[in-house]
Write a protein that binds this ligand. Structure first.
Ligand code: ATP
Ligand code: MG
Length: 570
């Protein structure tokens, strides 16, 4: 059996794991049995790369958990949060359904989820809201739509990772089948017809044989006409959240089911091309939430009254609703500014776009093809996170700047300069950091700067031993300055022995010795060559072999370059 603790740790995002850990700690502290249920369990079992949202079920009152998620909640002593290890996650948006004792939440770290009391449901008539009563986790799993969605993972600290799968959803996942849990399922809740087609499209699952018969019979009796407005809005929102809403809407159109979602929807009104274009944005901005843009594309063709009716049903949060209906106008004015000189540098673009809602920027990418607008918004999405991730926090701290407003202000300056390409090298960064932090630059002693490397380690002329006292070659110091073995060229790159001058071509030792007059000539020549080069760029000639001296500096330079680290060694 799968190890669900391992699956959760490896498949869920760090933010999702943080939410799970925090909530299960709170639930345990309250003595509540707490479970991960629904799509997350299905997707972990099926091996999906990402899990969209986290649905939790709690045996008992969810309020005992929800009260700890209010913005401004503080960690209690003993919590890891109180030690400052992790930021406390709170509910940024929450919509509570008192009838179902359930809350939909967007957490402060961006994770979406739902926390609901476990319940049983009884349908008094098809399409009507069911009567609900508190129930056990097993009753709760049995009220669900398909076996693959009726599994739970215990998050209780004592049984964490235990899978509850009373209707063998794991078996259906293996067969890639969608199976309802009882024959009247589609009649009781016709929104399950849409869920089956949508999930089937997303996962590549087919209805199980009996389920297919029950589906056909529900379609024949036009059960979908009974779906209530709240469920219509929910399902339409779910479709617009899909990776490929166009395909789902096409499938529904082919089955004659669009009108069940809204009376104004017909196959001719579905903007397939626009939906495809919007979908392509995911390549530029991975994980972008394209929901609002999808809604805009769909509603645009429906006209005023229909559009606001659709929006009322689809959006649970007023903020989203307002933005969805104003996207076009807002984008027009932002595009105007973005194309002007007010956005002449990347840092200005950043300042302009930073406070704007992401869907608005995605809208610009989708509908404003002008090169400068495209480039500026793409830079914002792609370069800004890169530069932000590499900000020199540690380096700044190392200069002794304590955390606080000054620290952040310096980082902001560095961030803007890096965006504009004013800081490119580590040396420039260090210089700028020092200057902004008010730390004086430590200037290296001029002598050290001027001296070329090997020379600096040689003793001044006056201290040199007279020639007669020189040690034999084998005892000479430079050995210590030899490069480590790892830096030497591999043997294979060395010139084969055959290419070296045969010993026989060398002059006899006695002839090789430079006469005093010749040496003076050579030194004069070298001096002349030196004059044409940068001052101090040549190392000392002392101790070098004559062939090296005889080479023209330009030739030597080229040769040295080719040799790389093996320079000066044979
Ligand atoms: P995803 O979140 O990946 O889109 P999901 O299956 O989790 O898929 P949700 O809408 O989040 O879909 O629903 C959570 C769970 O609630 C489902 O897995 C299912 O168990 C249950 N559920 C949702 N809608 C119904 C329904 N109409 N009838 C019965 N159970 C439902
Ligand atoms: Mg879900």
């Amino acid at each position: 059996m799968s190890d669900y603790n391992f699956l959760m740790e490896s498949r869920l995002s760090p933010e999702q794991i943080r939410v799970i850990n925090q909530l299960s700690r709170i639930a345990s502290a309250q003595g509540l049995n707490f479970y991960l249920v629904g799509g997350a369990v299905r997707d972990l079992t099926f091996g999906q790369q990402t899990v969209r949202d986290l649905d939790f079920a709690v045996e008992g009152n969810p309020q005992k958990i929800l009260k700890h998620l209010q913005p401004g909640s503080t960690a209690r002593p003993g919590d890891p949060h109180s030690a400052g290890q992790e930021p406390l996650v709170v509910a940024e948006q929450m919509s509570y359904d008192a009838r179902l004792n359930s809350a939909e939440i967007i957490f402060s770290n961006g994770v979406r989820g739902e926390i609901a009391a476990t319940r049983s449901e009884i349908y008094s008539r098809p399409g009507a809201r069911p009567d609900v009563a508190p129930g056990t986790i097993f009753e709760d799993l049995r009220r669900r739509d398909f076996s693959i969605n009726a599994m739970a993972i215990s998050l209780h600290l004592n049984s964490r990772g235990l899978l509850l799968d009373p209707t063998n959803g794991a078996g259906d996942i293996l067969k890639m089948e969608l199976r309802t849990l009882y024959s009247r399922s589609f009649l009781d809740d016709p929104s399950r017809i849409y869920r089956l087609l949508r999930l089937g499209e997303r996962l590549g699952f087919k209805p199980e044989e009996r389920t297919k018969r029950w589906l056909d019979s529900a379609l024949e009796s036009r059960a979908w006409e009974e779906i209530n407005p709240e469920q219509q809005g929910r399902e339409l929102a779910a479709i617009l959240h899909e990776d490929n809403p166009g395909r789902v809407l096409k499938l529904l159109g082919e089955q004659g089911l669009l009108a069940g979602l809204d009376r104004a929807l017909t196959p001719a009104k579905i903007p397939y091309e626009r939906l495809t274009k919007i979908r392509a944005l995911a390549k530029i901005v991975p994980n972008a939430d394209l929901f609002l843009l999808n809604f805009h594309a769909l509603a645009e063709r429906l006209g005023g009254g229909n559009r606001s009716r659709l929006a009322q049903g689809v959006f649970t949060h007023k903020k989203d609703l307002k933005l969805a209906l104003s996207l076009e106008g807002e984008a027009k004015s932002l595009a105007h500014t973005l194309a002007s000189s007010k956005a002449g540098s990347p840092s200005r673009v950043y300042t302009l776009l930073a406070g704007q809602p992401t869907p608005l920027l995605l809208f610009l990418l989708a509908y404003y093809p002008q090169t400068n607008i495209q480039n500026r918004v793409k830079t914002y999405f792609q370069k800004v996170p890169q530069v932000k991730a590499g900000l020199p926090r540690a380096e700044l701290a190392a200069l002794g700047v304590p955390p606080g407003p000054k620290f952040e202000k310096i980082l902001e300056r560095i961030f803007l300069d890096q965006l504009d390409g004013k800081i490119k090298t580590p040396a420039q960064l260090q210089k700028e950091l020092r200057s902004l932090a008010g730390v004086k630059e430590v200037r290296p002693a001029p002598a050290e700067v001027a001296r070329p490397k090997p020379k600096g380690e040689l003793k001044p002329k006056s201290e040199l031993k007279p020639k007669g006292e020189l040690k034999p070659k084998s005892e000479l110091k430079p050995k210590g300055e030899l490069k480590p073995k790892s830096e030497l060229k591999p043997k294979s790159e060395l010139k084969p022995k055959g290419e070296l001058k045969p010993k026989g071509e060398l002059k006899p030792k006695s002839e090789r010795k430079t006469k005093v007059g010749e040496k003076a000539k050579v030194e004069k020549k070298v001096k002349g060559q030196k004059a044409g080069k940068a001052k101090g760029a040549r190392p000392s000639t002392r101790g070098r072999s004559l062939p090296a001296l005889r080479e023209r500096p330009d030739k030597r330079k080229a040769k040295d370059k080719g040799k790389g680290k093996k320079k000066g060694k044979r």
